[in-house]
Design a protein around this ligand. Structure first.
Ligand SMILES: Nc1ncnc2c1ncn2[C@@H]1O[C@H](COP(=O)(O)OP(=O)(O)O)[C@@H](O)[C@H]1O
Ligand SMILES: [Mg+2]
Length: 288
């Protein structure tokens, strides 16, 4: 059981996360939704201690995560692997090496790493790539892959950590609908088959409804909804997203990715394949 107790985070005078209380049993697939600035990323980053809470505490079983330091903190950060909107791969390294980087915590230089990996790690990395259906890309430079493929590489890298929990910060926000579906299907499959808890921030409501058994809605740092998709009524959606700047009502379609709301007559797959092969997205990669 994972437990956030009265967790708050302040940046200067701004309360980014406000007294959040959430308990998550192992193996749940949870979607966190809310407007931009609601505190979703800060919440996720506190879970793996990229950001520390200003007050409150975080617990995993008997461990108080929020007070860990040194090696125990690094072990925790391995246990809750994180993936990001911009993938954070090393674009000039091959895919296989990127995946094997998941075996390490923090090393000063990439070059020192290159000689470390043994046969066992290579086999493990290939298996992780096979698991995500992209083993054929193993020797390509990561930066040459499409966005959807890069996100799958990032998930394979996360799996190399043998995580108990997978945290994903808007993992499909840069992807076209077909790739968004492939990535969400992969997260769901990992959740169902390995029993790994998945907590994912999502900028679109339909994705959360379709993939998550539990939805946490945030507004101005607070949890304003916590329940299954079936309880997410129009009123609950309004509490999360509020009204538009002009006072207009927020309608559910305004927060939708169109993962599966494409009109049946539209040649969705063909259009997406075209997008994928043209690879039109700038390779806005962080990484080293
Ligand atoms: N490092 C930071 N320094 C100052 N303010 C921050 C920092 N990170 C986040 N914030 C602020 O906290 C609030 C919540 O941000 P964030 O967690 O990124 O929201 P979301 O992911 O829901 O868009 C925002 O007002 C944001 O500007
Ligand atoms: Mg965010």
């Amino acid at each position: 059981m994972f437990h956030l107790k009265n967790v708050s985070r302040r940046f200067g005078s701004h309360l980014a996360v406000d007294t959040v209380n959430v308990e998550i049993p192992q193996g749940q697939m949870v979607g966190v939704i809310g407007r931009s600035g609601a505190g979703k990323s800060t919440l996720l980053r506190m879970i793996n201690r990229l950001v520390d809470p200003t007050s409150g505490s975080i617990h995993f079983g008997d461990t108080e995560v929020s007070s860990l330091s040194g090696e125990r903190l690094r072990n925790w950060q391995r246990d809750c692997a994180m993936i990001f909107q911009q993938f954070n791969l090393v674009p000039r390294l091959d895919v296989l090496t990127n995946v094997m980087l998941g075996r390490l915590n923090h090393r000063p230089t990439v070059l020192s790493i290159l000689n470390i990996f043994g046969r066992e790690e290579r086999i493990m990395a290939i298996a992780a790539l096979e698991r995500l259906g992209i083993e054929q890309t193993a020797l390509q430079m990561a930066g040459t892959l499409s966005g959807g493929q890069q996100q799958r590489v990032a998930i394979a890298r996360a799996l190399m950590q043998n995580p108990k929990m997978l945290l994903a910060d808007e993992p499909i926000a840069s992807l076209d609908p077909l790739n968004a579906k492939i990535v969400m299907d992969a997260l769901r499959d990992i959740n169902e088959r390995e029993g790994i808890t998945v907590i994912t921030n999502l900028h679109t409501l339909d994705t959360a409804r379709n993939y998550c058994e539990r939805i946490i809605g945030m507004a101005v740092g607070q949890v304003v909804f916590d329940g299954p998709p079936s309880e997410l009524t129009a009123d609950a959606v309004r509490a999360i997203y509020g009204t538009g700047a002009d006072g207009s009502q927020i309608d559910e379609t305004m927060t939708s990715t169109s993962i599966n709301i494409a009109a049946p007559s539209a040649p969705v797959v063909l259009a997406s394949e075209r997008l994928e092969s043209a690879n039109p997205k700038p390779l806005a990669l962080a990484g080293l």
